[in-house]
Design a protein around this ligand. Structure first.
Ligand code: SF4
Ligand code: ZN
Ligand code: ZN
Length: 309
């Protein structure tokens, strides 16, 4: 089959648009889509500095490659940060991969460890608190870490590599959990106000996960393939399977859901509730102690009790 845009042989059929792509046209289509997404949601202005959170997985490495290419003409400076959660035999490989890509692209790369920021690694937490979901604590740490990193590096735009599939899966999970307050975090652009005001952007929001995988494959990209040992996806993998099956039978259905998710998330409002300040760290919080300080207090108690025994 021939590419729908040039005379080369096609290697990919994009079912939702009915178009065939050769390697070159496919890669260009992904990069153009990212440019369109950035402009559609007003993610960046000319010359703004961006902090990219790059874990070393295929999506974040693709984001780094694409943004380093497309932001140059707009004089935007890129800085990369990787969070080291302290998960042995998992994070080391990814750190090496990110370091190498940053060296190749001549982009500054910083590593921030949970251990330095909060006093614990995820391995230590999972040993201290058996039976707890490491991911729920990792999520609380990660959100605060992103605030602290942006503050430390004094960068007001923080990009993460969430793709379209991540966004619609998270949307459905939040709906199923009746967790409507989190819907706005999932938008392609979200303003974070807790410690350091930032614009959180998701430049890959409109790209399907399978197309990012193909983009990385065609670039012969090295990325971390090993899954985190604490990964327990539960409902997310079931939702992913259902959505992939629906997409196969009804091409474009994920796009429709994405647009519904954006519309619903934007329109939902909550009555303004007075926020106090966390009495430990001082960040705005709906309770006396924020979720991070609550979990750190609990971990310290367990640790102190163990020492006494
Ligand atoms: Fe953290 Fe869970 Fe992701 Fe592992 S799978 S990095 S523990 S959120
Ligand atoms: Zn072509
Ligand atoms: Zn606190």
């Amino acid at each position: 089959m021939q590419c729908s845009f040039c005379h080369e042989t096609a290697i990919y059929y994009r079912a939702y648009s009915g178009k065939y792509f050769c390697i070159k046209c496919f890669k260009e289509s992904i990069e153009e889509k990212v440019i369109k997404t950035i402009s559609k949601y007003s993610m960046l202005n000319y010359g703004e500095k961006i902090l990219l959170m790059v874990s070393g997985g295929k999506d974040s490495i693709a984001m780094l490659r694409i943004l380093s290419k497309i932001t140059k003409p707009h004089a935007s400076e890129i800085v990369v940060a990787t969070i080291d959660e302290g998960i042995s035999e998992y994070r080391e490989d990814a750190l090496e991969i990110v370091k190498n890509v940053c060296n190749e692209l001549d982009i500054p790369h910083y590593i921030f460890k949970f251990k330095d920021l909060f006093g614990y690694t995820i391995d230590e937490i999972s040993n201290l608190k058996r039976g707890i979901s490491a991911c729920s604590i990792c999520g609380i740490f990660r959100r605060r870490a992103m605030d602290l990193i942006a503050q430390k590096l004094n960068i007001k735009i923080v990009a993460t590599a969430h793709n379209l599939d991540d966004i619609i899966q998270t949307f459905l999970i939040n709906l199923l959990n009746n967790d409507l307050k989190r819907l706005k975090w999932n938008l392609p652009v979200h303003y974070e106000t807790s410690i350091f005001p930032q614009r959180r952007i998701k430049p890959l929001s409109e790209i399907y996960e399978e197309e990012l995988a193909l983009y990385s494959f065609l670039n012969n990209e090295r990325f971390q393939k090993m899954a985190c040992p604490y990964m327990h996806e539960g409902i997310r993998s079931q939702i992913r399977e259902i959505l992939n099956k629906l997409e196969k039978e009804h091409p474009g259905i994920k796009y429709s859901l994405f647009h519904s998710a954006i519309g619903i998330s934007k329109s939902i409002t909550f009555p303004k509730k007075e926020r106090k300040k966390c009495k430990i760290c001082g960040i705005p919080s709906f309770s006396e102690k924020c979720s991070l300080c609550t979990i750190l207090h609990e971990l310290n108690e367990i640790k102190n009790n163990q020492v006494k025994i």
